[in-house]
Design a protein around this ligand. Sequence first.
Ligand code: DC
Length: 220
Amino acid sequence: MKIAIDGPAGAGKSATAKALAKALDFIYVDTGALYRGIGLYVLRKGAKPSAIEEVVPLLAEINIEMRHIDGEQHIFLNGEDVSGFIRTEAVSSAASDVSAIPAVRDFLFDMQRDIAEKNDVVMDGRDIGTVVLPDAELKIFLTAKPETRAERRVKQLAEKGVVESFDDVLADVIQRDYNDSHREFRPLKLAEDGILMDNTELPLEETVNKIITLAKERRA
Ligand code: DC
């Protein structure tokens, strides 16, 4: 079974998808981490993430892998575990920029499909229900108010020891929403058969339970 969780930054996709995968004994796949891995590589090379002509030639140098270690997803960039380097605001912004480049999306497409073909997955991202897994049995579009999403992001970053101001994160959330949903190629949008869920007022556990109920209905 394939479950797609799409939505804007900070909507709680990863916490929801992780809890869901655990409850259903599925594999959780955070596809944003792949775009972040590419964003990180581009920054390390001193290239401009929004410049197609600078980013595309770098793809040939990139080998990106996803491995599950003790149930946690790790991202390997040319053999190096970069999971600890991809959560900064600079990398977030670079990931959003490179994700607008069609060659980058194609580069990561087969890898995402391949994992979903071999496993029961809960996959989170921006175009999972619309492009990567149009055949997913359940497609959720998770969202919340931008202020709520920025608050969550600040907390999440603080837990990882990264201090960012609320205003900076809110500005980044709004900018990334705009970029992700207005890019020409495969933008963030609700799938035709997707279910819109706003969790501004809905605690994580309730969100997860609602989706589990839907998944069980779809599976039956
Ligand atoms: O989910 P995230 O914040 O880790 O994603 C980082 C960026 O990657 C996000 O701004 C948009 C992009 N992305 C995408 O375009 N498609 C996906 N399936 C996942 C992420």
